[in-house]
Design a protein around this ligand. Structure first.
Ligand code: FAD
Length: 440
């Protein structure tokens, strides 16, 4: 076989457009072997995400086939399988997108060692964030600990140019491409489908809403945020491309994309983010209560706005950001329970479940993370009345309360006893030693 060959290891960058590792490899090598390795160590973590992943892979394979290539699917340890395939196709280089989680950092370290041993050139590319973690650093520090100064600097960073999808992907002859297993079952009946075409369509359909984003993003019943998070999680759309489409770098929507970058650079510097408190000296005096935890998880706490959020997550594999803030705040600041099991429940259900954003946001809410006001606590009733003023979000997700009109739905314990008795809905969980203001 003459000519030069590279393996492109896909991870959570499941797209052809604006994919620096793929575009650069296609330009620099005669043949490119796109590879995805199904790692059994990750497979069972979230049925919802596993299904979404398989939908992304099927689309990616089709798109590569349209360009003359294919997606090689292997099963096992991603490092061993990458090296094995590189040997089979006589590759001289391996390319992939740099990532920040502990799992990804370990994979990258082992891949570097193995590539050296097998005389393969390893090249890491950007692509998972708008601005690469580590691209901007505060004076005297390795990462930004507070969001606002990060956002100020982030807006001024020179961005790389967006890249077109390769026109052709030339595969070496005789590569065993492997089969994608049958589409696994998810757990959420109304989960969004995975794949680059869905992501691009969603972005295009949503962009006209951008101008109203600041007014609508906290309207829980209106539900008009972009819902791009699962697609960003799996890289079906490039975060840089989304930010460029949005334009104005100080726009509130672009600011949210910056939060995503912010937590990536925090995670790169603090890979223990999902298990250890980020803030030194943070109070970690949590309660442990299996019954309360189960009630929260299953959406039967008796606090309607909390139950609505948790049930939306089970139905759709996605939850509105305001509901995430309220449900996480209720678990940690009202029930006083540890944030880590909360992280695990979200990680199980969410299509966008992601180490950096999930743990970073949970720690922010729990007061152990990057919030400069760690002791703040959200009153769930006040939050509900403000962000679901007519009660429509609650009635949508908690049908037991569908007959309760208006904002009274947020406090069913205040309804006349005869009306309350007709509702098959629990009283709010008791919190030992607490006298919550909303019960007074
Ligand atoms: P939009 O409002 O349209 O925002 C656009 C994009 O900006 C989002 O797709 C997302 O990529 C990013 N973004 C928005 N808000 C945040 C934020 N607070 N932090 C980081 N990025 C943000 N987001 C995840 O992607 N994965 C998670 O696992 C995750 N877990 C969370 C856990 C908790 C406790 C909380 C409070 C928030 C969490 N978020 C997480 C952030 C946020 O809730 C979601 O990104 C957002 O709701 C996704 O909906 P959207 O795409 O319509 O967002």
């Amino acid at each position: 076989m003459s000519g030069r060959t590279a393996v492109v290891l896909f991870t959570r960058d499941l797209r052809l457009h604006d994919h620096p590792a793929l575009a650069t490899s296609c330009a620099a090598f005669d043949r490119v072997v796109p590879l995805y390795v199904l790692d059994p160590a990750l497979a069972e973590k979230s049925p919802n995400r596993t299904r979404f992943l398989h939908q992304c892979l099927a689309e990616l394979r089709d798109a590569l086939r349209e360009r003359g290539g294919d997606l090689v699917i292997r099963r096992g340890d991603p490092v061993a399988e990458t090296i094995r395939l590189a040997g089979e196709v006589g590759a001289e280089a391996v390319a992939l997108s740099a990532d920040v989680s502990r799992y990804a950092a370990r994979r990258e370290r082992r891949l570097r060692e193995e590539c050296e041993r097998h005389r393969l050139h390893l090249k890491l590319f950007p692509g998972l964030t708008v601005v690469e973690p580590g691209a901007v650093r505060p004076t005297g520090g390795d990462h930004y600990r507070v969001f606002s100064p990060y956002f100020r600097v982030w807006q001024g960073v020179d961005r790389r140019a967006e890249l077109a999808a390769p026109k052709r992907v030339e595969l070496p002859a005789g590569v065993q491409v492997g089969r994608l297993p049958a589409l696994p079952k998810g757990e959420s009946p109304d989960a969004a489908p995975g794949g680059e075409s869905h992501a691009r369509r969603r972005l295009k359909q949503w962009l006209p809403t951008l101008a109203r984003y600041d007014d609508i993003h906290d309207d829980m019943a209106g539900d008009e945020t972009s819902r791009l998070s699962p697609y960003l999680r799996f890289g079906c759309v490039s975060p840089l491309a989304v930010a460029e489409r949005a334009g104005d770098r100080s726009h509130p929507f672009v600011r949210q994309l910056c939060w995503r970058d912010f937590y990536y650079q925090v995670t790169a510097a603090f890979p223990e983010i999902s298990t250890k408190a980020y803030r030194r000296g943070a109070s970690e005096d949590w309660r442990y209560d299996d019954e309360a935890m189960a009630a929260w998880t299953e959406g039967r706490t008796g606090m309607p706005i909390v139950d609505a959020g948790m049930r939306q997550m089970q139905a759709e594999g996605w939850m509105h950001n305001r509901a995430r803030l309220i449900t996480a705040g209720y678990l940690t600041k009202v029930l006083g329970l540890d944030w880590r099991p909360g992280v695990a429940v979200f990680a199980h259900w969410l299509l966008d479940g992601d180490v950096a954003n999930n743990s970073g946001n949970w720690q922010w809410v729990a007061g152990t993370g990057n919030d400069s006001r760690p002791y703040r606590s959200l009153n769930p009733v006040r939050q509900a009345e403000r962000y679901d003023p007519a009660g429509d979000y609650v009635r949508r997700w908690v049908p037991e309360l569908a007959s309760v009109a208006g904002k009274a739905v947020h406090q069913p314990w205040r309804l006349p006893p005869e009306e309350r008795r007709t509702l098959d809905y629990p009283a709010p969980l008791e919190v030992p030693g607490a006298d919550p203001v909303w019960m007074r």
